[in-house]
Ligand binder design. Structure first.
Ligand SMILES: Nc1nc2c(ncn2[C@@H]2O[C@H](COP(=O)(O)OP(=O)(O)OP(=O)(O)O)[C@@H](O)[C@H]2O)c(=O)[nH]1
Ligand SMILES: [Mg+2]
Length: 293
């Protein structure tokens, strides 16, 4: 039997819906999604397995002009995804123009293989805006297929999945067929906690925070997890903990519930807040936290 397999890597500006698309194609809430920009910090693989195909999707951080080391490592993750893609998915949102998306265009133009441009969030506009976007993106990428979708509402996702599988080269599977991702439970646990931080805290806190899962012990009827919320400064520690520990308690409760839902088991979550001075600007610290190569 002919078997198709390959890497379909999604790139785009922050917040356009890349992680939402990965989840929609997989039918699983694998990658965290949030209305705030710069939610995704790593390249995350989501693997869609069928009897005669293996579609390896990559979610990537949103493309930006890096201002500090963490963001540089995020852009390295994007460049890695450009290097090994069989198919490149360029995701834009309705209202975005090629002129304003220079960094995205520059990267996408470097890629030599087949490109699919997805205009996401079409639910937010009307026919006319969609037509304008279609014209602009088709002329920016004359050799690409341009497809309007809504990742959030599942519009054209089934067709897209079929189309992507059809674009894969003939190849044996890259990963065991039961794998869903290259990441483990510890990683997803830390991401779920980070998503709650994005949701519960304002301003610079989510961007100054890193989550480290130190232990993940599966017992017969309970998973015991200890994790550190790492901030950059003492003042941020106070904010994360909140008056009388209230904010941290809320974070703990919400994160625990979300982790329980993800892993399908009862969880005991112990969260501690630690300060690691300027962790996001220090290359050695970043590497220790799993960023970069
Ligand atoms: N209206 C609408 N909102 C969407 C759609 N797709 C995604 N969103 C919303 O857009 C926001 C950002 O979605 P994400 O999937 O986190 O975007 P991203 O591109 O992964 O963002 P970064 O990881 O920060 O680069 C979330 O609030 C989503 O619910 C869509 O089709 N329509
Ligand atoms: Mg994302």
């Amino acid at each position: 039997m002919e078997h198709r397999a390959g890497f379909v890597n999604i790139i785009g500006r922050p917040n356009v819906g890349k992680s939402t698309l990965l989840n929609a194609l997989l039918g699983e809430q694998l990658s965290i999604v949030n209305p705030k920009a710069q939610t995704t910090r790593h390249r995350i693989l989501g693997i869609l397995n069928g009897e005669d195909h293996q579609l390896v999707l990559s979610d990537t951080p949103g493309i930006l002009e890096p201002a500090y080391k963490l963001q540089e490592s995020m852009m390295q993750a994007v460049d890695d995804a450009l290097a090994d893609a069989d198919v490149l998915v360029v995701m834009v949102e309705l209202g975005e123009t090629p002129e304003k998306s220079e960094d995205l265009m520059r990267r996408a133009k470097r890629f030599n293989g087949p490109v699919l441009v997805l205009i996401n969030k079409v639910d937010t506009g009307d026919e006319q805006r969609l037509e304008e976007a279609f014209t602009q993106w088709s002329s920016a990428f004359p050799h690409a297929h341009v497809l309007p979708i809504s990742a959030l509402h599942g519009l054209h996702i089934t067709e897209l999945r079929t189309k992507l599988i059809g674009m894969l080269p003939e190849h044996p599977p890259y990963f065991p067929k039961e794998d869903l991702s290259d990441r483990d439970m510890r990683f997803f646990t830390s991401e779920i906690i980070r998503e709650k931080i994005l949701r519960l805290y304002k301003q610079e806190i989510p961007y100054s925070t890193q989550v480290v899962v130190n232990s993940f012990q599966e017992g017969p009827d309970l998973v015991r997890i200890q994790a550190d919320v790492v901030v950059m400064r003492e003042s941020q520690r106070g904010i994360v903990i909140g008056k009388g520990g209230g904010a941290l308690r809320q974070l703990g409760t919400e994160a625990r519930k979300a982790i329980e839902k993800f892993i399908g088991a009862k969880v005991f979550l112990d969260l501690k807040v630690k300060v690691d001075e300027n962790w996001r600007t220090d290359e050695r610290k970043l590497r220790r936290y799993g960023y970069g190569h």
